[in-house]
Design a protein around this ligand. Structure first.
Ligand code: BGC
Length: 481
């Protein structure tokens, strides 16, 4: 059945600085934690780094030509903190760094494409990590200073700001494990310290905008939270509770302080981490709670809900035993195990096709976050190669159907959809071999030539016709950028 996209629902594509820019040490740019981390042997599955990536710093005009080819309305990209502020601190603004984003923003606007700008997509200046990074509460000051620089430089033209991309991935994988930069293995501690500081930093940037910039710049500002869905493995009440708890740990930890009436961390998270901490002999809970003032300060600090979604996991406590996860740890605090049931895992399992999950996740946000305007800031599918990417198209068709169900039947307030990603890029710990692009990038070519995959033609058609035709498959044409 053909379905028409709601009027006003905007369509765009996304990328992030470290994943596409390259030029890691040009001019006065200083290293980010990803430059450092990807140099450590064994951290990146295919031993690549993002130091050159797609060379978008050099070839951004081709990126704009690709956006024009698609006909999309907005482009979500991120700004590299160490490129703008080589010291990490706001005492010195890089001339070349700030010019790069100036040119990018101006050319997007000249082409009728709205810039949607993420202020932090994981590439912290290494110099700030050396001072503790996101585990140091002073980072809220540093982030606010950085935010002010961005509003001053670009706020006359940028009308949509995203403070942080996916705090869970930053905290849990970066500070409570070694899977991502900076790879601080402070399990059960580092993820909670950094989470509180990230939320405080986010709120500082929001209040600054709200007080000093909103009336003259007239933009909006919010946060993007990884909102994959979690549910119980079966209808058994214990499993159902495990699913609810998993949603509170994975999503509520970040959304509840900002979007709920009550504010602060979700009650179940406070209870579970508190109880485990006590059993383990910690004098205080490993989860640092918000004070009353902080709770009030963080509440209500997002003009929209930035929603990233790839897949769903199913939880149970029946098979969980103490000792299957490191103690203490985030996984042990949740105290449950997950599986994909009998869904066939995708080549990159974190985007396994479970389309009903996106509808449930959107409904969860509506019900738990005060029915906010939802910007889908990422959704997409990873492959390993090929221009004929039927698996990606099939995933996108099913997920779009499910999003339309959420809008039409559940009345979720979805204002835009952003496809991840415009082109192949450095997929963090999976390196350059995991490919999320609707454009292929040839890394063997100095010029990083880009070619549209079948999915790029498919998306172009969706943008032009605004109708979802499940059977429609485009013909691949040999075009390059
Ligand atoms: C991140 C992206 C990443 C994508 C695909 C998201 O978690 O924001 O940077 O490339 O997932 O794995």
């Amino acid at each position: 059945m053909m379905r028409v996209l709601p009027e006003g629902m905007q369509l765009g594509v996304a990328s992030a600085a470290y994943q596409i820019e390259g030029a890691w040490n040009v001019s006065d740019k200083s290293p980010s934690i990803w430059d450092t981390y990807s140099d450590i042997p064994g951290t990146i599955k295919d031993n690549t780094t993002g130091k050159d990536a797609c060379k978008s710093y050099e070839y951004y005009q081709r990126d704009i030509a690709m956006l024009n080819f698609l006909g999309i309305m907005f482009y979500r990209f991120s700004i590299s903190w160490p490129r703008i502020l080589p010291n990490g601190f706001a005492n010195k603004i890089s001339k070349d760094g700030s010019t790069y984003y100036n040119n990018l923003i101006d050319e997007l606007l000249a082409n009728g494409i709205e810039p949607v700008v993420t202020m932090y997509h994981w590439d912290l200046p290494q110099s700030l990590q050396d001072l503790g990074g996101w585990t140091n509460p002073l980072i809220a000051d540093w982030f606010e200073d950085y935010a002010r620089v961005l509003y001053d430089l670009y706020g006359d033209r940028v009308k949509t700001w995203i403070t942080l991309n996916e705090p869970k991935q930053i905290g849990v994988y970066g500070y409570g494990a070694t899977r991502m930069a900076p790879g601080i293995n402070a399990r059960g501690i580092g993820e909670y310290l950094s989470t509180k500081n990230m939320l405080m930093a986010h709120a500082r940037a929001w209040h600054l905008y709200d007080k000093e910039y909103r009336s003259k710049q007239n933009g909006k500002i919010g946060i993007t939270i990884a909102t994959d869905y979690r549910e119980g493995m079966t209808d058994d009440p214990d499993d159902v509770q495990a699913g609810i708890d998993a949603m509170d740990f994975e999503v509520g930890m970040y959304s509840h302080p900002i979007f709920s009436e009550k504010g602060g961390f979700p009650e179940r998270v406070i209870k579970l981490v508190g109880e485990k901490s006590k059993q383990q002999g910690y004098p205080e809970s490993r989860l640092p709670e918000f004070t009353k003032e902080e709770t009030e300060f963080v509440k209500g600090t997002s003009d929209f809900y930035g929603f990233n979604h790839y897949s769903t996991k199913f939880y149970t406590r029946k098979t969980y035993k103490e000792g299957i996860y490191p103690v203490p740890s985030y996984d042990d605090d949740l105290g449950a195990e997950w599986s994909l049931l009998d869904y066939t895992p995708a080549i990159l399992p974190h985007c396994t096709e479970i389309p009903h999950g996106i509808r449930k996740a959107l409904k969860w946000v509506k019900d738990n976050c005060n029915n906010p305007p939802i910007m889908i800031t990422e959704n997409g599918f990873g492959t390993l190669s090929g221009l004929q990417d039927e698996a990606r198209i099939s995933y996108l068709v099913k997920y779009f159907n499910s999003i339309l169900d959420a809008i039409e039947y559940d009345k979720c307030n979805v204002v835009c959809y952003t496809l991840w990603s415009i082109m192949d890029n450095f997929e963090w710990d999976s390196g350059l071999s995991a490919k999320f692009g609707i454009f292929e990038v040839d890394y063997n070519d100095e010029k990083r030539t880009r070619r549209p995959r079948a999915s790029a033609f498919w998306y172009k058609n969706l943008v032009a016709t605004r109708s979802l035709k499940p059977e429609y498959r485009p013909t691949l044409e040999d075009i390059s950028f």
